[in-house]
Design a binder for this molecule. Structure first.
Ligand SMILES: [Cu+2]
Length: 123
């Protein structure tokens, strides 16, 4: 009987850990606002990116508005290697980036030093 209790508790703990991780990822992922033939999303840059995962609709022109409030130089550039973008982000200024959404897929972005990451899903 004790063994069964331990096993049930162990499974519950594992289920909780799985829920915790996947739950968090879901919260971080955000779809862009769709308006006519245009989609936009605001991304705050402060100790990382918020949201960190964004979802764009394929074939609709997309604008990502990055605003860096973080004073550290680490995040002062944003790099989309797939799109050939290496953009400076002056502190406190909104910087708009156009993203090509012709091809579905997952695209990473990073800070200039490749330490912080974000992800765009085009679907
Ligand atoms: Cu960095």
């Amino acid at each position: 009987m004790d063994k069964i209790l331990v096993m049930v508790a162990g499974l519950a703990a594992i289920a909780f850990i799985i829920w915790w991780f996947f739950g968090q990822h879901k919260v971080e992922s955000q779809a862009a606002d769709l308006d006519d033939n245009q989609q936009t999303i605001d991304i705050q840059v402060d100790g990382g990116y918020s949201p960190e995962h964004i979802v764009l609709k394929q074939g609709v022109p997309a604008t990502l508005n990055f605003t860096r409030t973080d004073p550290s130089g680490c995040l002062d550039h944003v790099v989309f290697a797939d799109f050939g973008i290496n953009q400076e982000l002056p502190q406190g200024q909104k910087v708009s980036l156009k993203i090509n959404t012709d091809q579905p897929g997952q695209y990473q972005w990073a800070c200039g030093m490749d330490m912080f990451h974000g992800q765009v899903t085009v679907e």
